[in-house]
Ligand binder design. Structure first.
Ligand code: PAF
Length: 303
């Protein structure tokens, strides 16, 4: 179980993880744990796990008695022409990584199990928050995410659910969905995990050619430049965005989608940069679209 596993890293590394493929099967397990007073930590994923997912599972294991991870490449959140068919998959590797990071059970449903009637007529859409930034380039994406996450919450039941801050807009949308719909879920946001050179970990990094992989660090460099501008006293969001954009413009392999300087709660650009800001960026390296973000505080540290 989560907390017990974390107590012994040796047994964690050696242990395997139970794989469950049906909704009734996973419900029986999570209901059973809650009935006996055990807390459930839940980590939804699309698989091809990396240490970013590992960090979510470790956080879930540290804070709960049982850790359930789901692996489901959700067709609803891919638009036409996106990488649904080619999205990387490796269940054996995912099982080992999940076990090594403290997961007890992995829920791996088929598309038929999740969407038994084929066409989905009931969807969840978090208006406004879903339309800007990533939502402009991927207009159906966040409704697909909100719909599958609400289904997963209905299936797993009351839990603490762990999401990475790398998908910052997704995290804001899920928090809002949980609040608006009174879901019995505590959403926990976890810090971005980066490669040694600063590139945010993502399952899609595997698509990058060697040249584009080296160039991809431009996202982090643009965020750093924005952070430095704010640190230097810049309070105009448009000026900070210009600084970030010029970093990407200097990298011939990168094609900018957007940079945004936003209030972390509303995801709107403020008139003047306040004490807490989130810088967001999305750019294409070849055919691969990457996103990244960072938090910037200005002014005195909160007491
Ligand atoms: O962040 C992801 O991997 C996915 O969007 C999620 C939350 C698992 C929903 O499919």
């Amino acid at each position: 179980m989560g907390r017990d596993r974390m107590a012994s890293s040796e047994s964690t590394a050696a242990a395997d993880v139970e794989v469950v493929t049906t909704i009734t099967g996973i419900r029986r397990i999570t209901d059973g744990h809650r009935t006996t007073g055990r807390s459930v930590g839940f980590v939804p994923t699309m698989g091809y796990l990396h240490d970013g997912h590992g960090s979510l599972m470790r956080a879930a294991a540290a804070g709960n008695d049982v850790v359930v991870a789901s692996i489901f490449v959700n067709p609803l959140q891919f638009g036409p022409g996106e990488d649904l068919e080619s999205y990387p998959r490796d269940l054996d590797r995912d099982r080992s990584l999940a076990a090594a990071n403290g997961a007890d059970v992995v829920f791996v449903p088929t598309a038929i199990e999740m969407y038994p009637l084929g066409e989905v007529l009931t969807t969840v859409s978090v208006a406004e928050l879903s339309q800007r930034w990533d939502g402009e380039s991927r207009p159906t994406h966040f409704a697909g995410v909100a719909t599958v996450v609400s289904k997963l919450f209905n299936i797993v039941g009351s839990c603490r659910a762990y999401f990475g801050e790398k998908d910052f807009q997704q995290l804001a949308i899920i928090r809002r969905m949980v609040a608006d719909l009174s879901m019995p879920v505590e959403v926990v946001g976890c810090p971005i995990i980066r490669e040694p050179d600063g590139l945010a970990m993502s399952s899609r990094n595997v698509y990058l050619s060697a040249e584009n992989r080296s160039a991809a660090i431009v996202l982090r460099r643009a965020l750093d430049a924005g952070e430095q501008a704010i640190g230097g006293g810049e309070t105009d969001p448009a000026a900070v965005a210009r600084v970030m954009r010029s970093v990407v413009d200097d990298e011939p392999r990168a094609r900018l989608d957007y940079v945004a300087v936003v209030d972390p709660a509303t995801l709107k650009t403020p008139a003047v940069i306040g004490s807490e800001t989130r810088l967001l960026i999305a750019a294409h390296l070849g055919a691969t679209r990457l996103i990244d973000n960072c938090s910037v505080r200005s002014g005195p540290e909160p007491a």
